[in-house]
Design a protein around this ligand. Sequence first.
Ligand code: ADP
Length: 216
Amino acid sequence: MNIILLAPPAAGKGTQSLKIVSKYGLTHISTGDLLRESLKRHDELSDQIREVMNRGALVSDEIILRLIEDVMSSTEHGIIFDGFPRNLNQAKKYEELLTKLGQSIDLVLYLEISKEEAEKRIVGRRTCSNCGKVYNTMIEREKPLHEETCDVCETALTHREDDNVSVFRLRYETYMNETEPLIHFYEEKGLLKRIDASLESEEVFHSIVEVMDSLI
Ligand code: ADP
C-alpha cells in the first residue's frame, strides 16, 4: 500500500506517520527527516539545504527526487510519504517512478488544520532525534514526562531550527503556493481523503484508521 500524507506545516504528519507505521507496518519516509539527516554532514550541499530550509522555501526538486529514487529502490514494502510530494512537478515525477516500478498510489490523506492552530503548535514542538516521537511543551497532554527527554527512549529532545513563528509563516506561504494545489490534483483522481487534524492526536488517528480499514 502506498500512502501520501498531505498537510500544512505542523499539522501532525510526523506523529500520525509513526502511529500508522506501528499499526500497518509500512515504511515511513519523511523528506524533512532525510534532509535534516543530510545537514549533519556539514559540506557545501548541506549548507545550501540549511539555508533553503531556514527561509521556509522548498529544496530543489532535483535533490528531492534523487533522495526519493534512492529510498524507493531499497524499499520493498508499502511506503507512507510524509512531506513528499510537495509541488506538482514532484507529484508528476513520483507517478512516473511508480509506473516504472509497476506500482500506484492507494491513498492521499489530507490533514486539515487552520493556520492559527498550526502556528500554536510550532513554538513548543520538540522531537526525539532517535525514535522520532513528537512532543509539545506548550500543550499539557503532549508534554514529555521529564522535561526535554523522550518518554520512550530517554534521548534528549531537539527543537528544530525552522520551528519558530517567523519561519513558520514563510513555510505556510510556501505551502499555500506550492503544495495546496495538490489537494485538487489528488481529489480529481479520487485518491484524497480529508481528515480533521485539529483534534487530539488519538482522535485524528482514529479517523485515519477508519479510512484505511475501509481500503484493506
Ligand atoms: P513540516 O512537516 O513541518 O512541514 P518537514 O519536516 O516536512 O516539515 O519539512 C521541513 C523543510 O524541509 C521544508 O520547509 C522544506 O524546506 C524541506 N522539504 C521537506 N520535504 C520537501 C520536499 N518534498 N520538497 C522540497 N523541500 C522539502
